[in-house]
Structures are given as C-alpha cells and as structure tokens.
Design a protein around this ligand. Structure first.
Ligand code: NAD
Length: 334
C-alpha cells in the first residue's frame, strides 16, 4: 500500500515510516523540518530510514496549495498524520505556531483525504486533552472539554475536525491520544532527554511540582506497534449510535478515538531513579513549583485499544530508559 506519513522526521513519524517500509509498503514522508528543536536530529532520523520504498518531501502542512498538489500527485491509500507543533510549555509563548501546524495543518490533511478517497486516516491526538479531568484512569468515555493549554485545545480540535469530516464525507478516521512517549531518537524538549543531557553535563535538573508528578510513560516501540495495528482496524459507521446512548470515542460516523499508553503511571522520582541507574550518575535536583499548562498525573485506560488490536504496551520504564541512554551515548557521546 502507499502511505503518507506526516512528521516523518519526527520522533514517532520516523519510527512508523521505518516500520511500514520494513513491512513492504511504499511511504511518502513529509515534514517541514522546523527548528523547534535540533534539526540535525531530525535529519539523522530521516537518514536512518534509508529504504528504497521511502521518499522524503519537505513541505509545510500549512502550505495549502502544496498540500493539494501532494495529494494529487500521489495516490495514497492511507494516511498516518503525526506532524504537529508539539509541547505544552512552548504553546504559552508561541500560540500561533499551534494555529498554523495543528489547526490549518490538520485541515489540509483532512481536505486531502476528502478529495482522494483515503481508506483510513490515523492521526495524533494527545493525553493532554484530559486537561482538568480528575478521574483516573483517563478513559475515552470521559468528556474532554476542559483543556489547560493551547496545545491541548488544538489536539481536541483535531478530534472535532476529524469527526466532522468522518460524518460529512465518510472518511474513516482514528485519533490516538498518546501518553508521554519516550525512547531512542526521542525529543530534546522532553523530560528524559533534558534530564539526561544535564546529568551528563554535570548540571542540576529542574524537577517540577517538587517531583510530585506521575506520567504514564510509553515506550516508542509499543507506540509504533499500536499505530501499525490500529491502522488495519478501519472504523465503520454505527448507524444505531446516538450521543445520548453512545460514548464520545465512537459515533454513527466512521470515527474512533483511543488512548495509547502503557496504562501504569510512574512517579517522576522513580523515573529519575531509573535514569540515574542507567547512567550510573546521581542527579542533582532543583525542586521547582508546577508549570502552567502541566497536569499533575496522566494514566491511560487502554481497554478499548486492547480489544481492538489485542496488544498492550509491554516495555518497562527500567528497560525503556536504559535503551534511551544506550542510544543517547552512541549518538551524542561516542
Ligand atoms: N511524543 C509524545 O510524548 C507525544 C504525546 C502526545 C502527543 N504527541 C503527538 O504525536 C505526534 C508526533 O509527536 P513526536 O513526539 O514525534 O513530535 P516531533 O516534534 O518529534 O515530530 C513532529 C514532526 O512534525 C514536523 N512538523 C511540525 N509542524 C509541521 C508543519 N507545519 N508542516 C510539516 N511538518 C511539521 C516537525 O518538524 C517534526 O519533525 C504529534 O502530533 C504530537 O503532538 C506526542
């Protein structure tokens, strides 16, 4: 099959592209390679894919004409849409980047799917949509109407936009709410990467909310496995579905939303301990207050996803952090 993977130079998009090629599919990967973080890392991720079935095209999702041309030139069967302006904290100072990449960008992808009869659009949402929700674990049956960052609001908007297109044009769409993905080739703006760099450089690490946070850390290979499996589960219409009797994660339209997370929150301090162990260095810690836009804990209810794909994330934090540290050493220190 021919796939469009957006965000192909990104952490998750590069890993998904590589996996699809290995499975014998043709992949057109797109990315604007923006400098939100080190573009050398983005380039290195693309270099690592090195497969004859992979072709990279540099394009911005918000380039409306360019995106129309892209869909017209290639007859994609399926789309895995992972490009976005990520990051909760960055959205405090740079809100417009989120409007361009996550709102306009999501719409150009939806329009492409609409015009070219795409079999299935799988796109990235985020655990951040749970915002002020207190009930744990977070379930897709819960309402998610109270985001606390613009990033989260754009991700929730992506789900709403996808639902509209599924309803109006019958495009099967699946939204995946990722829970703190980590692992080799990971993002420099995320805690594991920042902590590792600082500890290796002998600097203290900033630990927010005095370390009293929990995250449902999910290893990259588990995420890739989930994406690969779910893109074969094409949502169908449920004609008898109603708002009153149904759940927010399903619809009369061919629309689904799933959580994709490990399903076991880890205390931030335990995560740091796993990192210290993998590095063999004890971290000096700056205990800081909570940051605006951050949530105290994330915890995924993944029952729906498990039922749909018969797979549960399996990699433990200890093993996953060690794999990250091994990669970091090889990539940055050797
Ligand atoms: N990594 C996580 O923990 C996590 C958690 C929740 C949700 N997500 C979502 O998953 C997706 C992938 O995340 P990631 O961790 O791989 O992030 P990433 O930043 O590594 O990858 C995103 C890629 O999209 C590209 N991009 C951004 N704006 C673009 C635009 N306008 N046009 C073209 N390309 C553009 C970037 O250059 C980047 O390479 C994102 O949608 C993100 O919001 C990730």
């Amino acid at each position: 099959m021919k796939y469009l993977v957006t965000g192909a130079a990104g952490f998750i998009g590069s890993a998904v592209s590589e996996r699809l090629c290995a499975q014998g599919h043709e992949v057109i990967g797109i990315d604007n390679i923006n400098d939100y973080y080190d573009i050398n890392l983005k380039q290195a991720r693309l270099d690592r894919i090195r497969h004859p079935a992979f072709r990279f095209i540099k394009i911005d999702l918000a380039d409306r004409d360019g995106m129309v041309g892209l869909f017209a030139d290639h007859h994609f069967d399926r789309v895995i849409h992972l490009a976005a302006q990520a990051g909760v904290r960055y959205s405090i100072d740079n809100p417009m980047a989120y409007a361009d990449s996550n709102l306009v960008g999501h719409l150009t992808v939806l329009e492409g799917c609409r015009r070219h009869n795409i079999q299935h659009l799988v796109y990235a949402s985020s655990s951040s949509v749970y915002g002020l929700n207190q009930k744990k674990p977070f379930a897709t049956t819960d309402s998610v109407d109270h985001p606390i960052s613009l990033y989260a609001a754009t991700k929730k908007s992506n789900e709403l936009m996808a639902h509209t297109y599924s309803h109006l044009y019958g495009i099967p769409t699946t939204g995946l709410r990722f829970f703190t993905v980590y692992g080799p080739w990971g993002r420099p703006d995320m805690a594991l990467f920042k902590f590792t760099k600082k500890i290796v450089d002998g600097e203290p690490i900033d630990v927010y909310n005095h370390g009293d946070m929990r995250r449902d850390f999910t290893y990259i290979d588990d995420i890739v496995e989930g994406i690969i499996r779910i893109q074969d589960v094409i949502p169908e219409k449920i004609p008898e579905w109603t708002v009153e009797a149904g759940t927010p994660a399903t619809s009369s339209a061919p629309y689904r939303v799933y959580n994709i997370g490990h399903g076991s929150p880890v205390k931030l301090m335990d995560f740091i301990e796993a990192l210290e162990e993998a590095l063999g260095i004890e971290a000096r810690k700056n205990l800081m207050p909570m940051q605006p836009g951050d949530v105290y804990a994330t915890y995924a209810d993944t029952e729906d996803l498990f039922k749909a794909i018969d797979y549960k994330p399996a990699v433990s934090v200890r093993d996953g952090v060690k794999a990250f540290v091994d990669w970091y050493r090889k990539f940055y220190l050797d």
